[in-house]
Ligand binder design. Structure first.
Ligand code: CP
Length: 309
């Protein structure tokens, strides 16, 4: 690993299977710590992390903040809506001003694809991508794969995962595809043809526009929401029609493998891509994904700070 150490986590693309395995084995230890009465370790006590969120977030922001606190880091939170970004300050100026206050690491969510990569070339600081537009969301893919791997007793080889919904606007889909394929899983994407980008087949995934067929093929269904905030045109006639064709409900569950594992990165639009009874059913590991997210983010922060990733 030492010949290829990472200074940043910008995406899953570029990571090796060995590096993902190291993140997972480190997260296993942090998962144990998080079950203990004292959930903290001083591993990052000399590190200051700035969480820069230029786009809304609930899970990722809270999860990173908790992970940093559990590791004993000093943290500062920044949200673009209450900052001088609205006065015209550039991304590089904003970040360099924050860094001049002696910050070691930046966790950034930004609406522009490639924003973390761009920043990594212009500032002297370690950067973790917490979601960049429609491009990548590496820690989400890591926590998704970690949750599947724990469910299947450490082995994702040959597992069939269908990612359903708005593939075109999803950073979760692309990062999941890269991550799952590295770990030996087979991946299918399913959704309306208008929401499946043409380039996706070049990643080696299967493509389906028929949810019932896709679900019969799958061991795992990762349901994505429609990203209305990124859509500049209409991709399907109505939410009602989308839900009829691509919503996962109990009626559909009657015709699939009874052990089908249900996942969702959140936020859920209940009654659109997934019904409440399926989201809350025993097949669903949606809240376990969120729980595992803290351990995965602790592992990423820890390994980057040690320069051992
Ligand atoms: N899964 C995810 O990224 O959720 P948030 O947008 O709430 O962070």
């Amino acid at each position: 690993m030492s010949s290829n150490n990472l200074n940043h986590l910008l995406g899953i693309k570029g990571l090796s299977k060995e590096q993902i395995d190291l993140i997972f084995s480190t997260a296993d230890n942090f998962l144990d710590l998080l079950q203990a009465p004292v959930k903290k370790t001083p591993a990052l006590r000399d590190i200051t992390v700035a969480n820069l969120f230029f786009e809304n977030s609930t899970r990722t922001r809270v999860s990173f903040e908790l992970a940093e606190k559990r590791l004993g880091a000093d943290i500062v939170n920044f949200s673009s809506s209450s900052s001088s970004v609205s006065k015209g300050e550039t991304l590089i100026d904003t970040v360099n001003n924050i860094l001049s206050m002696k910050v070691d690491m930046i966790v950034m969510r930004h609406p522009a694809p490639g924003a973390s990569q761009f920043l990594s070339k212009h500032v002297k600081c370690q950067i973790i991508n917490a979601g960049d537009g429609t491009h990548e969301h590496p820690t989400q893919a890591l926590l998704d794969a970690f949750s599947m791997r724990n469910h299947y007793k450490n082995n994702l080889s040959g597992k069939k995962v269908v990612i359903v919904g708005d593939i075109k606007h999803s950073r979760v889909a692309l990062s999941n595809i890269y991550c799952l394929q590295l770990l030996g899983a087979e991946v299918m994407v399913c959704g309306p043809a208008t929401l499946i980008p043409k380039y996706i087949e070049s990643t080696g995934v299967k493509v389906s526009t028929n949810l019932d067929n896709a679900l019969r093929w799958a061991d795992v269904a990762n349901m994505l929401r429609i990203q209305m905030e990124r859509q500049d045109e209409r991709y399907f006639p109505s939410i009602r029609e989308y839900s009829t064709l691509y919503g996962l409900n109990m009626e559909r569950m009657k015709n699939v493998n009874p052990e089908l594992l249900i996942m969702h990165p959140g936020p859920i639009n209940r009654g659109v891509e997934i019904s409440s009874d399926v989201a809350d059913s025993h097949n669903s590991i949606i809240l376990q994904q969120v729980e595992n997210g803290v351990a995965i983010r602790m592992a990423v922060l820890f390994l980057l700070a040690q320069k051992s990733l």
